[in-house]
Write a protein that binds this ligand. Structure first.
Ligand code: NAD
Length: 301
């Protein structure tokens, strides 16, 4: 079994692959070089950089499995692969902890005013009184989407003594029982939550699931957190409600356009922004590579 690793993946994944296959690592190939090379391999592994087009798939005469070590499959022509009977695998479970921890990083940054405090210290000040914050304890966290990440956020929220509301067309009874989360409709969640966090995939049904109407249902003291995909929030409407003080703030890791150059978000004082760091931990990168190798082993039996 020959495996071509076409983007850089964590060494632990490569090591595992070498236990049962012959592995060539060749990151950074140009499209024509990949097309020339791929014919000799049964398995192709990529991350997000390499585009696995129909031409690549057609050239991969022996391909049985294409693996994206990571979440999205937008760089792979899945239809072309499946029409040839090639399995397409990804590792959506790898970044769950990383994204859930980032949600708490953002919420704590917000309530304890960490970005402001850090900037103030570095400006030579000592502003204890001005930088008084608040606590997560006893606050209501509304989780939109209780899949892997939404549930991981919910379990951690219990440790912070937060109360949970949840909205998802597919309710998870075990999660509700273990956390005390109450499933409600979206409008109720938006009206009652102190923090609203989004964990839905971007699809036609979830595009702008939080738009102007939804933002205006939120409390003036509430904070919106988005670490899922930029398009699930109407960013123009968000800028407006933030400017008008209709909600207190937003913590964002993802944007409708990335990077969000020229976005008014960059000029607002009541936002905490990170550059799509959700999955960017060493552990999540390692897990993506190791889970990819494990899934290949299972797929080829
Ligand atoms: P998941 O598939 O386990 O969960 C998604 C949940 O959303 C499911 O429970 C589903 O029922 C629910 N859902 C679908 N449509 C909905 C709707 N209209 N309203 C409410 N809920 C709805 O996915 P996950 O692993 O929890 O990841 C969630 C999202 O996080 C991913 O789709 C991805 O876009 C994003 N993500 C971001 C980063 C990052 O770097 N910031 C990293 C990984 C994942």
């Amino acid at each position: 079994m020959k495996v071509l690793v076409a983007d850089k993946i964590h060494e632990d994944g490569v090591k595992l692959l070498r236990e049962f296959a012959k592995v060539d690592v060749a990151a950074g190939l140009k499209p024509a070089e990949l097309i020339a090379k791929v014919g000799g391999y049964e398995i192709l592994i990529v991350r997000s950089a390499t585009r696995v087009t129909k031409e690549v798939i057609d050239a991969g005469e022996r391909l049985k499995v294409i693996v994206r070590a990571g979440v999205g499959l937008d760089n792979i022509d899945v239809e072309a692969a499946e029409s040839r009977g090639i399995k397409v695998i990804n590792t959506p479970e790898a970044p769950t902890v990383a994204v859930a921890e980032l949600v708490f990083g953002l919420m704590l940054a917000w309530v304890r005013r960490l970005p402001e405090a850090d900037a103030s210290m570095k400006a030579g000040k000592w502003e204890k009184a001005r930088l008084t914050g608040s606590e997560l304890r006893g606050k209501i966290l509304g989780i939109i989407g209780t899949g892997r990440i939404g549930r991981a956020v919910g379990y951690k929220a219990k440790a912070f003594l937060m109360d949970l509301l949840a909205y998802d067309p597919v309710q998870n009874a075990e999660f509700a029982e273990r956390t005390g989360a109450k499933y409600v409709d979206l409008d109720t969640l938006l009206r009652e939550s102190d923090f609203v966090t989004l964990h839905v995939p971007l699809m036609p049904q979830t595009r702008h699931i939080v738009g102007k109407r939804e933002l205006e249902l939120m409390k003036p003291t509430a904070v919106l957190i988005n670490t899922s995909r930029g398009g699930v929030v109407d960013e123009g409407a968000l800028v407006e409600v933030l400017k008008q003080g209709k909600i207190a703030g937003a913590c964002l890791d993802v944007y409708e356009k990335e990077p969000p150059v020229d976005s008014q978000l960059l000029e607002l004082p009541n936002v905490v922004l990170t550059p799509h760091l959700g999955a960017s931990t060493h552990e999540a990168q390692r897990d993506a590579a190791v889970f990819a190798a494990q899934k290949i082993k299972e797929a080829i039996g």
